[in-house]
Ligand binder design. Structure first.
Ligand code: 5RP
Length: 230
């Protein structure tokens, strides 16, 4: 199903899907909130209905700061037994709702909050829709002392892993760890791939979201918001 018709910039598409995601927020219930530029649009939209929800569980320090600045209550994930919905962006999403995430380095907390939720609503512009995952460099959060060992595992799979840098030093995540970005992979079997990589010693989280895949994707296209159900 596609709603509305016009030509939009990428920023407008993000705003459009951020606004459309409000329809999935359940009044009276806590909402799970992801991280990234698309989610920032959702947070801005959420502020307009903040009186209808008790608060949010956030997946990053950056989202927590934005939520609080807009007057939205933020709860610790440990205070919440379950969530009806988690709303987040993606770096890639395939035709089955499997995703690559972690371009914003928040993948571990994103997966933790997603695992609390009954439904994952992915909000993304059409550039994120792919046939096979792997063109976007796969983010993997790792414990620093295991980085070289994990990079070697990826090399054996045909991938090239590099530590993500920021200001001339390895980027440090909200969890105090590092990120490997892996190029050259084609992830045809996301469920098996996620399970395998996650059991390598030193992997905190791999950025394949197959076990926590999207239930719905609100895809911003030049024709408007397309709703994809999985
Ligand atoms: C952050 C993420 C984001 O959801 C992903 O990188 C998409 O971000 P954006 O909406 O800015 O394109 O996984 O870790």
């Amino acid at each position: 199903m596609t709603t509305s018709a016009a030509s939009f910039s990428q920023d407008e598409l993000k705003a459009l899907v951020g606004q459309a995601a409000l329809a999935y927020v359940v009044p009276g219930e806590i909402v799970g909130v992801g991280t990234g530029s698309t989610v920032n649009k959702f947070i801005d939209a959420l502020a307009t209905i903040k009186d209808q929800i008790p608060g949010a569980v956030s997946s990053s320090v950056a989202s927590t700061e934005r939520l609080k600045a807009l007057g939205i209550n933020v709860l610790d994930a440990n205070e919440v037994a379950s969530l009806s919905v988690y709303i987040d962006g993606a770096d890639e999403i395939d035709g089955r709702g499997y995703m690559v995430k972690g371009g914003g380095a928040a993948l571990t907390r994103e997966k933790i909050v997603a695992a609390l939720a009954e439904r994952f609503v992915c909000i993304a512009d059409a550039s994120k829709r792919v046939e096979v995952l792997g063109d976007f460099p796969l983010p993997v959060e790792v414990i620093p002392m295991a980085a070289a060992q994990i990079a070697n595992h990826f090399k054996a799979m045909g991938g090239r892993a590099e530590i993500r840098m920021k200001d001339g030093a390895p980027l440090v995540t909200d969890n105090g760890q590092h990120i490997l970005d892996v190029r050259g992979l084609k992830i045809a079997e996301p469920l098996a791939f996620e399970s395998e990589v996650n059991q390598w010693p030193g992997v905190v989280t791999v950025g394949v979201f197959a076990h926590q895949k999207a239930s719905v994707c609100l895809l911003g296209t030049p024709e408007g918001v397309q709703t994809l159900n999985y």
